[in-house]
Design a protein around this ligand. Sequence first.
Ligand code: SF4
Length: 382
Amino acid sequence: MLEQTSPAIRVILENALEDRDITPADAARLFRARGRDAAAIIAVADALRRRQVGDRVTYVQTRNINFTNICYTGCAFCAFGLPRQHPNAYAMDIEEVVRRAVEARRWGCTEVCMQGGLNPLLGGDIYVRLVRAIKAAVPDIHIHAFSPFELQYASQIQRRPVREVLLELKEAGLGSIPGTAAEILIPDVRQALTKNKLSAEAWIEIVTTAHEVGLPSTATIMYGHIDGPEHWAAHLAILRDIQRDTGGFTEFVPLGFIYQNTRLYASGRARPGPTGRESALMHAVARIMLGRWIPNIQVSWVKLGLPMAQMLLEAGANDFGGTLHNESISRSAGAETGEYVAPAEFERLILDLGRTPAQRDTTYRILHEGPRYYNPNHPATM
Ligand code: SF4
């Protein structure tokens, strides 16, 4: 596997294969690799994936509910948040959110994933009211909701510590939080992306506090804009440090920058998203650097498209993410996929790799192993 690899890359990969943590400088070097070196990195990541989590590829049946797109923040990379005067601005009432959650459960979803803009019209208690209303109607659905940005916002406008807000939400029935809004946890990059309205320190503190009060989270990165290998390596090192302390991350989800409709790209500052090589190496290096600590690496089919997402399951990833139903954040930015993938389609793509599909819940408890929906004799019935 490593015969034709350049000496510096080979030493790093040998260390990883001996279960030693690689350094951020090592990771940055891996991110810059090309040709045979890049192929060797992907092969090692795939071998580590097999060793750490086996041949199972998981997915979760979940419905996205983006309950409002009104947002006062105006992050340069975001095409979802709109000012309240915009003709396409919306805010669902709680009854509509509950109706969608009830419908999701009927469809077989085990989770609803809720995120929205920072909408001053809704009040700081909107988050707990949403959780209570959903739990009253669908007690057995897992609520995975509210980015650290939303949690900071709730804490600021209610003038309460984040810990108190999180405890109240947990008491109401919140099950976990998305580790979104991480973007790149490096101040100068954040300044350009979000004017540093949610600082790296605040993101780390909110996620760590969530883990401490018993709310697990995902971990994410948004890459392929004004960033590069050193930023990615430092970002992964921060996530690894948090996980060593709390153990609260369920998975790592690389999110490639969807550029088409964003001000960041229109202003000429950003690249038009990651290349295929960068995406492959993002998943592979994540497996190599984080896999011992965060064993689940997810492909975001919304950002990557299904064929690329399928291929990255052979570059260190082991989770296909969620079926979604109604994802709108990436679609607003210009992603061409995003609304919904049927479980049967996940199963078809996983079986095509010679791997085993498995339906999981939000915290990676296996609910069903093996194909359940895909019938190769009737491939058109998905
Ligand atoms: S990323 Fe979130 S906080 Fe930023 S503008 Fe979009 S919806 Fe608002």
